[in-house]
Write a protein that binds this ligand. Sequence first.
Ligand code: MF3
Ligand code: CO
Ligand code: CO
Length: 272
Amino acid sequence: MIHIKSPTEIEMIRRSGRLASETLDYVGSILREGLTTKEIDRLVHRFILDHKAVPATLGYKGFPGSCCVSINEEVVHAIPGSRTVKKGDVVKVDVTTILNGYYGDTTRTFLMEPVSDLARRLTMATKMAIDLAIETVRPGSRVGDIGAAIQGCVEKEGFSVVQEFVGHGVGVGFHEPPNIPHYGRAGTGVRLKKGMVFTIEPMINAGDWRVRILADGWTAVTSDGQLSAQFEHTLAVTADGCEVLTLSPAEREERARRAESPEALDLKTAKP
Ligand code: MF3
Ligand code: CO
Ligand code: CO
């Protein structure tokens, strides 16, 4: 059963989503070479608590972190620990807040400049893919339209879509139906309806799409050791399209600027 959210529920998820995005703005402001992923986690933990929310990942199925910090070949769900952030790294931070009982789930990829051309192209292709996927979302469109948009965009660049992890309904629970694969065929799958709230969170690999799980039982890494990038937003289907619920005021402004001057994104030079 897919839970259709009321306007009041969507407002509660919007508040939580805004906080999750503000947490990522904060991560962007403190992230520097030499920090351990555990130090990042502690700062995220404090920030979320200071804003009267709790981190959804802490204790979730035994996960010990207040966020996931996955670097380079780590795809998702890396446990914060002693790994340090270095120049050239591709750093994915995934934050899920629970504010007044409602979930906001969002991920960004941060580039520790200077980075390789490949790291930048991969990250910008992933960002472009999530934006194209968001544009397909409206009442009557299909879950398969989302995956097809992502797959078409990144495979053209020679990159691959991780299949093991998918987007998900979210809001009242952490992971609700439906699943949102980041690959697939347009015109197939569940038909979207106004009031559905779900994440889109493509994990895009520079090489092979396969992943393996480390002995810690959580960290997913690329099977070939190559780079992976990810962006994630929580969004609500509206009467005529969708609303991204995980936008901080700063990110909202950035998106508006981009919409105003839609010059073609140059994957080789753009910054996420
Ligand atoms: N936030 C992740 C998602 O996008 C889930 C993380 S669960 C954890 O669904 F336990 F690994 F933190
Ligand atoms: Co998610
Ligand atoms: Co997430």
